[in-house]
Write a protein that binds this ligand. Structure first.
Ligand code: HEC
Length: 405
């Protein structure tokens, strides 16, 4: 095993190296002993006008950004772009699904609207922004999966990754001249200045171990094993004694049989006469109109009540009765159209009759007692009265002096 591994190395200057080097210069490295000296040296290198150079230190050094005159990272632009893509694709997806592909009528609400789309849009924005920022950093900035670099396996890198501080000036710099650079770095106080050569093989052609079949095999094997374990745990283990203590509890399940009660039902109907908290039973519930005992609308006709009535009418009644109560349903024939609320019959009704229908429903119109509470029902009645007046305005309703009836 060790022998096999050794074959892959080449001996250079008495050292075992993975890759052979060429005669082409990659750059010059200089080692400094203290953080202060490397900061001072970095300032000078920047002053001399070099553009392609870098500093390698075993830990972050405060003030290095300023010394090197580094510009803020461009990563933010990438994150912003990916976030925007996330937001737009979420909106496009929701708009297509609920606006075109699978229209669902829900209480007459618009098929596509921004407010209900915000959670998913928010999530996809964050997801794409975060995920692609990491992938972008690793692949574009850090050039993964490439894991070899001419600075690797040098005495320089060995030192600056543990106890010393280094400056590297690339041969690709326009001002690069080996002798000049070596002289300058020595004059800045480094006592270890070295030339680094490129790899003998083209850098990009060197295969990274990531794509070795053995590695990919282990990766795929791990995935399959994890899937099998998860499947067995979730489908069998949790239903097996003694791990089933969560699934099999002594409790009543809705819609399930129970041996506890004589009738065998798990769900119980409330005891007769039970009144739910916050609810006042309607005494004429389920009784014919002739038994309605309420005489008048107990809610005052104020602006707030009127607006409450409009809001509840628009939500619960307008899908069938239309925005103005004309019976022009928005349900495209999915439910029979109701009669107009402007008929003489409904206009001459007592308020209590309309209230009675909201609670009881009428023929095929269902009861809305569960969705709309008592005050809201009376507010709706006020609003229907206002609608009726608006459709049957009299000349005398027109203000004469401009603002007062
Ligand atoms: C699902 C559709 C639908 C909704 C929602 C609905 N209605 Fe109705 N409504 C009907 C239909 C259909 C009728 C006619 C029933 C019948 O055949 O007697 C009707 C009848 C009525 C009548 C009697 C009209 C008449 O001339 O007999 C009133 C009053 C009324 N609705 C009020 C309301 C109010 C107030 C709401 C909101 C709380 C509401 N409806 C919600 C479908 C609906």
């Amino acid at each position: 095993m060790l022998k096999k591994l050794k074959e892959k190395f080449v001996e250079i200057d008495g050292d075992l190296r993975l890759e052979e080097r060429s005669n082409e210069i990659y750059g010059v490295t200089a080692v400094f002993e203290t953080p202060d000296s490397v900061i001072e040296a970095a300032k000078k290198v920047e002053d001399y006008g070099y553009a392609k150079w870098d500093v390698n230190t075993p830990f972050p050094i405060h003030g290095m950004d300023d010394a090197m005159k580094l510009k803020p990272t461009k990563l933010g632009y990438a994150t912003f772009t990916f976030g925007t893509i996330g937001a737009l694709s979420a909106l496009a997806m929701i708009a297509y699904m609920s606006g075109f592909d699978y229209k669902n009528i829900i209480g007459g609400k618009p098929f596509f609207a921004l407010p209900p789309s915000i959670p998913i849009t928010f999530e996809l924005t964050i997801l794409l922004a975060a995920l692609f920022t990491i992938i972008f950093t690793l692949v574009v900035f850090n050039k993964l999966p490439k894991i070899n670099h001419p600075l690797m396996e040098t005495e320089y890198m060995r030192r600056v990754s543990s106890e010393a501080f280094g400056i590297f000036i690339s041969a690709e710099d326009k001002k690069f001249n080996p002798d000049e650079v070596i002289g300058m770095l020595k004059s800045l106080g480094s006592n270890s200045v070295n030339l680094v050569y490129k790899f003998a093989t083209d850098e990009d052609k060197i295969k990274t171990p990531i794509f070795k079949p053995a590695f990919l095999g282990i990766l795929a094997g791990t995935a399959v094993l994890t899937a099998i374990i998860t499947y067995v745990v979730l489908n069998y283990a949790i239903y097996t004694v003694p791990f089933d203590w969560m699934t099999n509890q002594p409790k009543l399940n809705p819609q399930k049989m129970s041996t506890l009660f004589a009738d065998g039902f798990g769900m119980r109907t409330p005891v007769e006469g039970t009144v739910a908290r916050g609810f006042k039973p309607y005494e004429s519930y389920g009784k014919p109109d002739s038994l309605i005992r309420i005489i008048s609308n107990p809610m005052p006709f104020t602006k707030e009540v009127f607006e409450l009535g409009k809001k509840k009418y628009d939500t619960y009644c307008s899908p069938c009765h239309g925005n103005y109560g004309k019976g022009d349903s928005r349900l495209n024939g999915q439910f029979p159209n109701p009669p107009t609320l402007h008929s003489d019959k409904v206009r001459n009704w007592k308020d209590a009759n309309i209230y009675h229908i909201i609670v009881n429903g009428q023929n095929i119109m269902p009861s809305y007692a569960k969705q709309i509470n008592e005050n809201e029902r009376w507010a709706i009645v006020h609003y229907i009265r206002a609608l009726q007046r608006s459709q049957n305005a009299l000349d005398s309703d027109i203000p004469v002096d401009g603002n007062k009836k």
